[in-house]
Design a protein. Sequence first.
Length: 457
Amino acid sequence: MTLVTGATAQDEIKIAARIERLPYSPWHVRMRVILGVATFFDAFDALAIAYIVPQLLGEWKFSPAQIGPLFSIGFAGQAIGALLFGWLGERYGRVRMTMVTVLIFAIMSLVAAHAQNYEQLFWCRFVQGIGLGGEVPLAAAYINEIAKAKGRGRFFLFYEAVFPAGLLAVALLASWIVPTYGWRWMFYIGAIPAFIVIAMRMWCPESPRWLASRGRQAEAEASMAKIEAAVSANGARPLPPVPDLPVPPAKASLGIMELFQGIYLIRTIVVSTLWICAYMVTYGLIVWLPTIYRTVYNLSVQDSINYALLQQVMSMIAFVVAAMIIDWTGRKRMFAFCFIVGSLPLFVLWYLQGGTADSVRIMAAISMLFVSICSGALYLYVPELYPTRMRALGTAWSTFWLRVASIFGPLIVGWILPIGGTAGVFLFVGLVSLAGGIICALFAEETSGKVLEEISP
C-alpha cells in the first residue's frame, strides 16, 4: 500500500491547476496526433482479421467452427494486455509503457504476415492482442491527463475518432488489397506503427499528473515546464493565471482493491457493464457481418467486404458529430440515448427475420451510427471516473470486460447463427444494446465540465 501524503496531494493539485490554465494549442494537437496514429493502427490491426477470414476460408480450408476462435483469441490477448499494462502503466508511466505496447502489436503484425497455417496465425493473433489491449487504456489515460476540464470531451473525442477511422480504413483497404494483393499485405500495413515509437520517444513528455501522483515532483515540474514552454511558444504567448483548486484529502493507494471500495465500486460495476454491452454489439456485428454476407447471403468476397463498409462510414460520421456536442449533452444522456436508439434497427431486422442483404446493410449501419459512439466515447468517460493514482488501472480493468465481450460476442453470434438464423442474432444484439441504455440511464454519473480531481478525489 502506498500512502499519498498531504504534501503529495497538494503537489498533485498544483500540477492539475497548471494544466487547467493551458489553452488548447498546437502542442495538444501534436500529442493527439502521435497517440492517435498508434490508436488508429490499434483499431486497424484488431479488425483486419474480420476482412481476411473470407479469403482464408478458401485458401486454408479450415472449418466454419474455427472462425469464432480465430476472432476471439486476439481479444483474449487484449484482455490480458489491458490488465498487465494497466498495472505497469501505474508503476512505470503512461508514455514508456505505451511505446512497449505499440512495438508488441506492430512486430507481431509483421510476424502474422508470414503465418503458414491456421495454428500459426492463431497464436500470432494472441500475442499481438496483448499489445493491442494494453495501448488503448494507457493512451486514454494520458490524453485525459493533459486535457483541461472545459472542452475535454470534444478534445478527447477528436483524438478517439481515429479509432473508428482505423476501422473504416481497414474496411476500405481490405476491399482493395485482399482481392488484389492477398491477405498478407493487411498485416504488413499493420506493422507501420513501429515507427510511431520514435515520435513518442522524441516529443511526448510523461504525464505530469502521473509523475506528481508517484511523488516524483521534480520530474513533474520539469515535464510541466516543458509543456508550458511548448504551449506558450517559449513565453511568446502569455499564459492565463493559475486557478485555485481545492486540495483533496490525502488518500492511501490500495492498488486494484480500491476499484471495489467506496464510490468506485458502483462506478467500476457500471462502466464494466457498459463496456460489455457496447462491444458485445459492436464486435458481434463488425466481426461477423462480412462472413454473414458471404455465407448466408452468398455474396462474393469483394461484395461481402463492400457491404460492411457502410457501417464503418456511418460510425465515423457519428463520432465526429458526437465530438462536437458531447460537452453540451453530457456523457450520461448521450450514452443512454445512443444505446437505446441503436437497438431499434436491430429489432426491426429481428422482426423481418433477417431480411435481405440490403436491409441488413442499411439497418446495421443505422445501429452502428449510434452504438459506435458509446464504444468510442467510453474511453473518454472511464478515465474521468478514476483518480490519477489508479486511472490507467481502472481503465484497464473496465476495458478487460470490453475484451471479454469481444471474445464472447463473436462466439455467441457463431452459436446463435445456425440455431436462430440472422433473426436470432439481431434479437440478441438488440437486447444487449437496450440493456446498456437502461443501465446508463439509471446508474451512470455525469462528468462533463468537471476537473478530474473534482470527479475522482
